[in-house]
Design a protein around this ligand. Structure first.
Ligand code: ADP
Ligand code: ASP
Ligand code: MG
Length: 450
């Protein structure tokens, strides 16, 4: 088969009629793009999460009307609004009913069922936009393809089942010359219930579909023309990185560079699928290619920032010369499905960072009282919040003289709460106050990249 690309457009790229038109121009101009994965229009998922968490009648009506306005602002500019308005109205009615249920009792499964509607609506509208150009677009419910476990809010895909369903549902359409328009972010479990892959998960969906379709590349169209040395919103002097490795991009995404969902690189690495990141508003500006082994690999590649981190410090005198303490602690964390992030230890204590932002689609608090109670049976537990994780990402950071001096000199004016250096040759991580995080990033960027 000829070159096959999977293109993904994020929330701002499908936020309004003009943004969607720019996406349609990209899709129709590129004969290789045969599968298009969309996010919900910007703002819609946040509104749906609020509904799913349960709200008062007045607020519920306010949100429902805001969501309706976002979608109808686009629909009203179509040549044939009537071709989709019935379907959108049905989806809006469904949202209303689910939101009423959520205001009585919330549940993780209900949340996923509710928040999938953002992607359902954006894809219906975009398909119509393309059809009005006589383009062979066909809408597919991605839940018929992406199979997952039932870990609502952060479901894990079932690769084999997804492969089989993609072969049955998507492949014949592509072979027939159609261009498939489908949803990111969502899937379906074995019981037939809707699941989500976690906030920002549409990038991951695109990479998963690219893998099962044996695609040549994944094109992530977003609101920045590529991956930068750090978030260009925080540091305007950040520079675009033209080519970078899977490994470097995975580190950046893991440590908070929102431009890619952290799991996006998993299928890409597994199946060696290059990932391109570019701006849907300005495709002519070019972008970043993420591939297996591009050269050169600079010592310092990028800076990433993850706000809202939790620091859990567990200490116990019985840890002194004892065995099994850490095994117990990690056993408890695993039981509560807590993914441990950065760790530092001393003889009688261990400090662990947890990523609040990486939690479920609902944004539910990850530190439950049950977990804390269980930990308190073993040790003293101290919980600190309002921290941010700053990651310096690069290559061979562990085997060059002078790295520590360079970084520590820059940290001088700040209260650094924790440093992790040495476990990875690709990153050095520090924890700082949320309020100082932007300044730390700017100081590091000035010292290492400008
Ligand atoms: P989308 O809705 O298209 O998925 P996101 O908002 O999730 O877009 O991701 C794009 C945003 O990622 C950019 O607007 C930018 O602020 C942020 N970002 C964070 N770090 C980086 C980086 N290193 N390079 C580029 N963008 C970054
Ligand atoms: N719409 C979802 C979110 O806002 C998924 C995505 O945009 O990637 O998190
Ligand atoms: Mg995103």
């Amino acid at each position: 088969m000829s070159h096959l690309s999977v293109a993904k457009f994020g929330g701002t790229s499908v936020a309004n009629f003009d943004a969607m038109t720019a996406c349609a121009n990209i899709v129709t101009a590129d004969p290789n793009t045969r599968v298009v994965v969309l996010s919900a229009s910007a703002g819609v998922t946040n509104f749906l999460v609020e509904l799913a968490n349960g709200c008062e009648t007045a607020r519920r009506e306010e949100i429902l009307s805001a969501v309706r306005t976002i979608q109808y602002n686009i629909i009203d500019k179509l040549q044939h609004p009537e071709a989709v308005s019935n379907e959108i109205d049905a989806l809006l009615a469904h949202i209303t009913a689910l939101a009423e249920s959520a205001s009585l009792a919330t549940s993780a499964a209900l949340t996923d069922e509710l928040i999938c509607h953002g992607e359902m609506m954006s894809t219906k509208i975009f398909t119509q936009l393309l059809k009005e150009r006589d383009f062979p677009a066909v809408w597919v419910d991605v839940r018929d393809v992406v199979a997952t476990n039932n870990h609502y809010g952060k479901a894990a895909p079932n690769d084999e089942k997804t492969q089989a369903q993609s072969d049955a549902v998507i492949k014949p359409l592509i072979d027939d010359g159609k261009v498939v328009i489908t949803q990111g972010f969502i899937g379906r479990d074995d019981e037939g219930k809707t699941t989500t892959l976690g906030r920002g998960g549409s990038d991951y969906s695109a990479a998963l579909l690219a893998e099962v379709l044996n695609a040549n590349d994944v094109l992530i169209w977003t609101d920045v023309p590529g991956i930068y040395t750090t978030d260009p919103r925080v540091v305007p002097a950040a520079q675009r990185i033209d080519t970078m490795s899977f490994n470097e991009a995975a580190e950046m995404a893991t440590f908070g560079a929102k431009v890619l969902h952290p799991a996006t690189l998993l299928p890409a690495v597994r199946s060696n699928i290059p990932v391109y990141v570019g701006s849907s508003k300005a495709p002519e500006q070019g972008g970043t290619w993420v591939t297996r082994d591009p050269q050169p690999r600079p010592t310092f590649r990028a800076l990433a920032l993850r706000r809202n981190q939790i620091l859990l410090t567990l200490s116990s005198l019985s840890m002194l010369h004892a065995q099994g303490f850490l095994a117990n602690v990690f056993g408890i964390l695993a039981k509560h499905k807590i993914s441990v992030d950065v760790i530092t230890t001393s003889e009688v204590s261990v400090a662990i960072t947890l990523d609040k932002t990486g939690s479920a689609s609902s944004g539910a608090d990850m530190l439950s009282e049950a977990l804390l109670d269980e930990l308190r049976q073993y040790c003293n537990v101290k919980v600190e919040t309002d921290l941010a994780l700053v990651a310096i990402i690069g290559n061979n950071l562990d085997s060059q003289a002078g790295i520590a001096k360079q970084l520590f000199t820059t940290f001088a004016p700040y209260n650094v709460r924790l440093i992790s250096y040495g476990a990875s040759k690709n990153n050095v991580c520090t924890l700082v106050q949320n309020s100082e995080a932007d300044d730390v990033i700017r100081a590091l960027h000035l010292a290492l990249f400008e």
